[in-house]
Ligand binder design. Structure first.
Ligand SMILES: Cc1ncc(COP(=O)(O)O)c(C=O)c1O
Length: 450
């Protein structure tokens, strides 16, 4: 399959010289307040900027129906007897440029398997990005290991590679960078710290299907890369996941772990069950849905990218709105969410939550990104549990609490605003509505009550 590439040079051109506007032969419809029906914010009873609907998600592909029906009628519903999971693994590895792929039940199970295959065990420490979906934390807890947070760079929304080394201890075994929202992490920097300290690298690419770092797909750059195909994702199947690697033997190990310990390939067989394992298998029906959804992901990603670059260029002209800055080496983002930062001081100190409410009232569905989860109840629940108190000394847990101070991530959580991926499937006129709604809120900020 061919992907229309936007090189870093094009990305820079797009954001600085109106490249996309001319490329798409489209001119911006500017917003005006004076003497129009737009002189009152929608939250204060005025007319909203965007009146139409937004794109639904996901899209069903009717052409997949005969194959799915045939599979159900055949009774070959599980991967043990079925061909479709294996076909999906082959095609996904090809699409992503990986040597090998293992399909799994979910993104969470992919992360759990990947950690087990790379030797993460009870009492170990794993360095992770705090700005992520909670499943990344939970999969570390599943191994009774300690998640140790590396602070975020608010400009990139990602783990700050310069902050990794200070968090390494003699218990650290792995790093989990998260390509959150499909924004590629600076993987050369992560890999070089990992090599220096003998650590494994698991990419949480659960939101980063076909994102690129220095022209290579995210999820193929560490030891193992994990993906989610949950319903909201760009490649949806209700539930589902995958692990990618350039190391086939490592994927054989993942296979055994995900299939009750049954060996295959380079894993030595019997007697009996030679390995511990679980059941984290993908079903045939999931694979068939994924094979049909794969037909559209590249085209959808092109539309998302084009609209995201257009928004970047327009939104940065509004005081107090800062689009995300690509990390070093990031060549293609895929925008599971489109993120920007809101600087309230430029909006009459109106809190972010109120700004989002006003934006929603203008017909633009927006949310506030992830909270400061490193301070959430699940952390103390784990640390005060019998198991963790056995595995980690009181002194280490005290030190962990003292170090759980992440100013970069706090700033990011305070400022982040996000738009869901299907909004980026809209037209250029829809993108203008987003820009005009934010411009309107900025112009009429004095009429907004905190
Ligand atoms: C960053 C990240 N990690 C892990 C997961 C877990 O994936 P799943 O929901 O398929 O278990 C998700 C899913 O939303 C995710 O976004």
């Amino acid at each position: 399959m061919k992907t229309r590439k936007f090189t870093r040079r094009q990305v820079i051109a797009a954001t600085s010289a109106g490249f996309l506007g001319s490329m798409l032969n489209y001119s911006f419809r500017p917003f005006t307040v004076a003497g129009t029906s737009q002189s009152v914010l929608a939250i204060n009873g005025g007319e909203k900027v965007h009146k139409g609907p937004w794109s639904d998600w996901p899209f069903w592909d009717r052409s997949a129906e005969p194959g799915i029906l045939e599979m159900f009628r055949s009774g070959r519903w599980w991967r043990g007897e079925g061909e479709h999971v294996a076909e999906f693994e082959k095609k996904y590895a090809e699409l992503m440029g990986a040597r090998s792929c293992l399909a799994t039940a979910s993104g969470t199970t992919s992360l759990i398997i990947a950690m087990e295959a790379l030797g993460v065990d009870a009492g170990d420490e794993v360095l992770i990005s705090p700005y992520t979906f909670i499943a990344t934390y939970n999969s570390v807890f599943a191994h009774k290991a300690l998640p140790v947070f590396v602070d975020s760079d608010p400009a990139t929304f990602l783990m700050d590679p310069a902050k990794i080394e200070e968090k390494i201890t003699d218990r650290t075994v792995a790093i989990i960078p998260v390509h959150i929202y499909g924004l590629p992490v600076d993987m050369d920097s992560v890999n070089s710290v990992a090599r220096k300290h003998g650590l494994k690298v698991i990419e949480d690419a659960c939101q980063a299907w076909l994102a690129e770092y220095r022209g290579k797909k995210t999820g193929t750059l560490g030891d193992l890369g994990c993906f989610s195909f949950q319903n909201s994702k760009h490649l949806p199947a209700g539930e589902g996941g995958a692990i990618l690697s350039m190391d086939e033997a490592l994927v054989d190990k993942c296979y055994a772990i995900h299939n009750c310990g049954r060996p295959r390939g380079t894993m030595k067989p019997g007697p009996g069950y030679p390995y511990r394992g679980r059941n984290y298998r993908m079903q045939q029906s999931q694979a068939l849905i994924l094979l049909s959804q794969m037909k559209r992901i590249e085209k959808d990603n092109d539309v998302r990218l084009s609209n995201a670059l257009y928004l970047d260029r327009k939104l940065r002209e509004i005081p107090g709105i800062i689009p995300y800055r690509p990390a070093n080496g990031a060549t293609r983002a895929v925008y599971h969410l489109y993120p920007f930062r809101y600087i309230k001081e430029e909006f009459n100190n109106i809190p972010k939550e109120k700004f989002i409410e006003a934006l929603n009232a203008e017909g633009i569905p927006a949310t506030g990104g992830y909270g400061k989860q490193n301070k959430d109840g699940l952390m103390e629940e784990a640390l005060t549990s019998r198991g963790y108190k056995r595995l980690f000394s009181e002194a280490r847990l005290r030190q962990w609490r003292e170090q759980n101070n992440l100013p970069g991530n706090d700033q990011l959580c305070d400022q982040a605003v996000t738009l869901y991926q299907s909004i980026l499937l809209g037209s250029k006129a829809d993108m203008d509505d987003i820009v005009n709604a934010i411009t309107k809120i900025h112009k009429l900020k004095n009429t907004l009550r905190p």
